[in-house]
Structure formats: structure tokens, C-alpha cells
Design a protein around this ligand. Sequence first.
Ligand code: TYD
Length: 216
Amino acid sequence: MGSSEVRGKFLVFEGCEGSGKSTQLRMLSEYLGKIGVNFIMTREPGGNPISEEIRKIILNGKNTAMCDECEALLYAAARIQHLKEIIEPALAAGKLVVCDRYVYSSLAYQGYARGLGDYVKEINAYALTNYPPDMTVFLDISPEDAFKRKHGADENDRMEQLGLEFHKKVYAGYKELEKEYADVRAVDCSGTKYRTAEKIRLLVDGLLGVSDGKTL
Ligand code: TYD
């Protein structure tokens, strides 16, 4: 990074299954394009060929023998490759990076819900120390309501097969993370997708220092 360049902002989206994350990311992408922000949108696990390969192993519904530690390490492995190959260079080039899930997913799913605790922080130390998000939008909806929206789980997806009890633990984990990490901003998404999108736009405008799509 040249000394005159400023590191771009790192914006992460988190939420339980069925929180409407994909829809909100699509709407945000349209908004950012419209106001002319230089950004990339990417996702975890994945976002580059190696991490997409790892993603297939993690989510494959046939891998029922996978132990919790292996799962946590695979997410961490996919993450660090993605960080070094995609996120670091984009931030160094001054771009806004919007990422669908990041290290708090590991803390909520593997740390809290699987019960691996601080082990997950240890194996994700590089991400937590060097690349904490500037802002994390947590789409806040109870797992019960999210399940109603989602119309059932994908039977080929190992993580989606985990039942409501597991997802209640994930949600409780996110609520703890909201207290622990100042960048986590919970957005109540029980209303319409348009209302939620409006709330997100306000937060993102604040992060970017723009008002109604114009630089302040
Ligand atoms: P995905 O299909 O991208 O789910 P979603 O649309 O809900 O984001 O699959 C990602 C799954 O992996 C999802 O169930 C959450 C889980 N996950 C973890 O358990 N730990 C992690 O660190 C990450 C990034 C995802």
C-alpha cells in the first residue's frame, strides 16, 4: 500500500440462517453501485478457488463424521486464504470490502454453539488481530421466526441440517458477541425487507461518511 493510500473499510454481514442476509446484500450492492462506491462483495466460507474447495468439504451433507475441531479448523483455513488472497489486497487498494460472514460466524457457530470456546479465538487470531471488521451488521431475528421464513432446511447442507436447538445457541452466541465487540450493530429485521434495507443504508452511510448517497 502506498503511503498516500488509505486502507479501505471492512464491512461484514452476520446472521442466522433465514435472516434474509442474501437479499439484504443484493439490495446493498445495488445501492453502493448507484452511489458510485468502489467496493467488492465476497463471502465466507469461499470467495476464492481454494476456499470454495474447502467450503464443499465443510458443507457436504455426507461428511457426518467430521469432528467439531476439524470443522473449526477448516473454516479458519478457508478464512485465512480468503483474507490474504482477496480481502487484504482490496483493503490495501482502498476499496470497501463487504463480506457475507466472517470470524464472528466461527465464534457463534463453533465457539458458542459447538462449545469450542476460546479455541476458536486462538485459531482465528490472525483475523481477529489484524483484520477486525470496521462494522459488522448483525441481522437480528429469532431462530423461530427465521425458520418460519426459510421453509425448511437443505438436506444436502451439513450445517442447515442442524436443528432449531442448535440455531438457538448460535443466536445466543451472536447476542453475546454484540456485547463483546463494539463493531457489531444489531439490525432488527422482523419488518419488511425494504425497512431493513433502509436501516442498513443508514449504518453504511455512517461508515462511509456519506449522506443520502453524497459525500459529507
Ligand atoms: P451458507 O450457505 O453461505 O449459509 P448462509 O446463507 O446462511 O450464510 O453456508 C455457510 C454455513 O456455514 C452457514 O450455516 C454458517 C456456517 N458457518 C460456520 O459455522 N462458521 C463459520 O465460520 C462460517 C463462515 C460459516
